[in-house]
Ligand binder design. Structure first.
Ligand code: G6P
Length: 466
């Protein structure tokens, strides 16, 4: 089979290049190993991109990376507009932040149609297409309109919210109807899957049986594929990274002090304000923890042209400075706050240096930082994961200390518990989580989805459209 994987953002094969978001970092090794063609945005826009859309095609492991310049006239409406100011807030249950204009929606559809036309270059009789994430909900339908009858699958990396929240996006019907052109639709959790099926049944009035939806496109299968990492490889990377200059400098700077770490894109879904408030509360409730434990929070700027992101960045800067001002000492900074990205290798080393990993999103599809923090630990002396129950990862990593990120006091107490957890309990919890990570790797995720896509396609071909 010849597989074409499509996502808006792609990663290149450089371990030290800062990674933006879980999707691109997760896909990189499996694309390299599988020999797939990975098509995505070059990050540049061009007028007249439709004449020769591909900016670059380069080798990527056994596969290839094909980068597309997107049409200048529609890029803003597609990326900052509909994808990240209408869909992203809706998918993360922030209906108050939805900014949805008809114009942005049309740009989104234009870019989906543009991508479909560009993909024709890679279409062979045995090609299967696998579309990633909310940027391309309608890409499958556009491909079908161009006459593509090959397997087309879709995987959503974010949560899928309840019916009422989906209904807040003005074009919800058109979009979900377009999604049914896919043979297979994959979600991170059972809960996402149930929400989607309940929408399809109640709002579109379609028949659903055993995770299969019947529509005018024939049948589509809807199933759960929790995304994973390569835990052994990440563990090796973390052990090796101990000697990296950034990691050694961090260790030297600690002077026996314990460290908690948070690594997130600067995004309102990540619960950063609540997290900082929890640390503030912890140092107020337990002044003995001042000087003995600090937080390293890496918040990589993201989607900065969107107002909600700019506002959050200012709010966090004020909050961190206020907390440091109140709790700090001449020789102790409670929160080390960095607005920049780091490569995978350095991150692996930083995770291994920290006694506590704090991953407390308000909503998150999976959250691979949680999995990477676990994999990076020293088996003889592992750290503790404090994890939001609203991250998809909490389904598997239930041996973490699970928290409700809206309960600031509860989080403060749990972080303090994590900082003082005895070795036997830390090891027990860590081993349980590592076993889960080993049983559900990124390689399994990739292979399971591709196998299921072939099967679903055969079923769709045999089905009669409504
Ligand atoms: C999330 C999304 C990805 C996206 C990433 C980074 O993980 O699911 O699709 O690539 O955030 O966001 P950005 O807008 O910088 O690509």
């Amino acid at each position: 089979m010849n597989l074409v994987v499509v996502s808006n953002r792609v990663a290149r094969g450089m371990a030290n290049e800062p990674m933006t978001g879980g999707l691109a970092a997760a896909l990189l090794p499996v694309v390299e190993e599988s020999g797939a063609i990975w098509v995505g945005s070059s990050g540049r826009v061009r007028d007249g991109a439709h004449k020769e859309p591909f900016a670059e095609i380069e080798a990527l492991g056994a596969g290839a990376l094909a980068l597309l310049d997107l049409p200048a006239a529609h890029y803003g409406g597609y990326y900052e507009g509909f994808a990240n100011s209408a869909l992203w807030p809706a998918l993360h249950s922030r209906t108050d932040l939805i900014r949805a204009s008809r114009e942005d929606y049309l740009s989104y559809r234009e870019v989906n149609a543009f991508m479909a036309r560009a993909l024709m270059r890679f279409r062979k009789p045995e090609t299967a297409f696998w579309i990633q994430d909310y940027h391309f909900l309608a890409l499958g339908a556009e491909l079908r309109d161009l006459g593509v009858s090959q397997p087309i699958g879709f995987f959503l990396h974010t949560p899928w919210p309840d019916r009422a929240t989906v209904g807040a996006v003005p074009q919800h019907r058109e979009l979900v109807t377009a999604m049914l052109a896919y043979d297979l639709i994959g979600f991170q959790t059972e809960h996402d899957c149930e929400n989607f099926l309940s929408y399809v049944q109640s709002d579109l009035g379609l028949t659903v049986a055993d995770g299969v939806v019947a529509s005018r496109h024939g049948i589509s299968r809807v199933a759960v594929f929790p995304i994973g990492i390569d835990p052994e490889k990440f563990a090796q990377q973390a052990a090796k990274a101990a000697s990296h200059p950034d990691v050694s400098r961090l260790r030297r700077s600690l002077n026996g002090e314990k460290l908690a770490i948070g690594v997130d894109r600067l995004d309102y879904s990540k619960g950063l304000v609540n997290r900082i408030n929890a640390f503030d509360r912890m140092w107020s409730l337990q002044p003995s923890l001042a000087r003995t434990a600090s937080l390293l929070q890496i918040a990589t700027p993201s989607r900065g042209a969107i107002e909600a992101y700019g506002d959050l960045q200012s709010e966090l800067a004020r909050l961190v400075s206020d907390v440091n001002g109140r709790h700090g000492e001449v020789d102790w900074t409670p929160i080390r706050y960095l607005n920049k990205g780091f490569g995978q290798t350095v991150l692996a080393g930083l995770y291994r240096t920290a006694q506590v990993g704090v991953v407390t999103p308000l909503h998150d599809g999976m959250n691979l930082v949680a999995k990477e923090y676990v994999a990076a630990q020293n088996p003889a002396d592992p750290g503790v994961l404090v994890l939001s129950k609203f991250a998809g990862a909490a389904n598997e990593l239930d041996a973490a200390l699970l928290v409700n990120p809206h309960d600031i006091e509860g989080m403060a107490r749990t972080i303090a518990t994590a900082l003082s957890m005895p070795l036997t309990e830390r090891r027990m919890r860590w081993e349980e989580m590592m076993a889960k990570l080993r049983a559900s790797t990124i390689q399994n995720w990739f292979a399971d989805f591709v196998d299921a896509l072939q099967e679903s396609h055969a079923d769709k071909e045999a089905s009669v459209p409504l």
